[in-house]
Design a protein around this ligand. Structure first.
Ligand code: 4AD
Ligand code: MG
Length: 431
């Protein structure tokens, strides 16, 4: 019999098909079992009548419990009442692996209970929908850059030095006498790659030994980082804007079913169109002060500040020109006001805060050397990076977009812990 995935069932109406999956749920009456099957591609109801399968088989199905793996053969029948539009009339079935007392039932469980069983929790319909949307977002990101002439150039995960500040590094013993650090960002290598290839991006896991326990922080997260030779801050902002519009549009286009499952209000996503408002840090501070938040000029924004700013708009807002003192050593100072850095943060609407950080890089050798000293960074470790300014330096820029932050916003989740199969957080390294 033809093995068919539930998502393709529509192509097999009236045919006898085989579904290989798991039992999600079962209801039974005296003469009929209603089995909800799932196979990773979808959910479907299989109707098993005593008349069709015989007394003995019917009786054995009495004991089938949640998450038993099962192969079912039967006829695909259109049914307008069914969520998938189809049902299976069962002719025969075979149990592959039993499952007793599956720990995650349709009743409410606490989040710690669920996170301890994350390897099983991901089987739920909602978690599957979120992971499918994550997959779509990642594909959309790749297609966006590949379609614009960017080259994917991978950057290392073991690195000898910090990129985003020395306080959030994870050390790893590197053979006998060296310490490596798990990368916080591929940016510095990305800059070298951009000098070779023009337009590049890297896309991989990044690590922050952050002790913050917020709904936006993971210690391991995936970041996509484009870097463009000869780009200035305005170019970087435009690229970020185009990327976000493209990703949101793709999810709306391809993942309606999943958005419905998680009950996302899609009108909020449909509002994400160009142009995104641009706001200077100066104006952002004034706005926050007017709202009564205790921010002073010169301070970095915290979660509540970002939330307050992003709530003003129906689409992402781009805040640019932060005080250089709160930003990384590699940012180019504004030539008109050197106390400002030519950086930008993109804040998502609905209170989700920063999803993108980036800007124009410091391309001048002497100034960069000075910054490395001011930040107490070991110059030897950055000699290769300084070479980029010694051999044909050019203006350039780029940004990093955190995938989990984007998934969290697009799915409107309470916390980033549900955006990745196995979240890594301050107090969580298991499973
Ligand atoms: O703003 P960040 O720290 O910027 C950089 O790392 C730059 N070097 C990127 C670049 O210009 N190439 O991080 C970029 C993005 C943030 O906007 C956020 O979306 C995400 O990475 N991010 C995190 N996501 C989850 N958990 C964390 N702890 C995160 N830290 C940053
Ligand atoms: Mg940032």
């Amino acid at each position: 019999m033809a093995h068919v995935y539930i998502e393709d069932i529509g192509k097999h109406e009236g045919e006898e098909v085989t579904i290989k999956g798991w039992l999600h749920n079962r209801r039974s009456s005296g003469k009929i079992h209603f089995l909800i099957l799932r196979d990773g591609s979808g959910f479907i109801q299989a109707v098993m009548s005593k008349a069709a399968v015989g007394e003995e088989a019917f009786k054995s199905a009495d004991h089938l419990s949640q998450e038993t793996s099962i192969i079912v053969t039967g006829t695909a029948r259109a049914d307008t009442r069914a969520p998938s539009g189809y049902e299976i009339d069962v002719k025969s079935f075979e149990v592959v692996g039993e499952s007793h007392d599956f720990p995650i039932t349709p009743k409410e469980h606490g989040v710690d209970y669920l996170l301890d069983r994350r390897h099983l929790w991901i089987r739920s319909e909602r978690q599957q929908a979120i992971l499918r949307i994550r997959h779509e977002i990642i594909n959309a990101v790749r297609d966006f850059f590949n379609g614009r002439g960017f080259i994917l150039a991978d950057t290392p995960i073991f690195t000898p030095a910090a990129c985003e500040g020395t306080t959030t590094l994870f050390p790893a013993q590197y053979f006998e006498d060296q310490t490596a650090y798990l990368t916080q960002s591929g940016q510095l290598y990305n800059e070298a790659n951009a000098m070779a290839l023009g337009r590049v991006y890297c896309f991989g896991p990044t690590f922050r030994a952050e002790k913050s326990k917020t709904r936006r922080h993971l210690t391991e997260f995936w970041m996509v980082e484009p870097e463009v030779a000869y780009a200035n801050l305005d170019d970087v902002m435009e690229l970020a804007e185009d990327l976000v519009v493209s990703v949101v549009g793709r999810v709306l286009d391809k993942r309606r079913r999943e958005l419905t499952i998680i009950e996302r209000d899609v009108t909020k996503l449909e509002a994400v169109k160009k142009p995104f408002p641009r706001m200077s840090y100066d104006d952002a501070v004034k706005k926050l002060q007017a709202k009564g938040l205790p921010i002073e000029w010169g301070g970095d924004f915290g979660g509540p500040d970002e939330t307050a700013l992003s709530e003003e708009f129906d689409r992402p807002v781009m805040v640019h020109r932060y005080p250089a003192a709160v930003k990384a050593f590699y940012m180019k100072p504004d030539p008109d006001r050197p106390e400002l850095a030519l950086g930008v943060d993109v804040l998502a609407p609905e209170g989700y805060g920063e999803i993108i950080g980036g800007g124009e890089r410091l391309a001048d050798l002497d100034l960069l050397l000075q910054r490395i000293k001011e930040h107490n960074l070991p110059q030897e470790a950055f000699e290769w990076y300084l070479d980029l300014r010694r051999y044909g330096t050019v203006p350039h820029g780029g940004f990093g977009m955190g995938i989990e932050r984007v998934v969290s916003w697009i799915c409107k989740l309470e916390h980033v812990r549900e955006t990745i199969p196995y979240p890594r957080m301050l107090y969580r390294l298991y499973p």
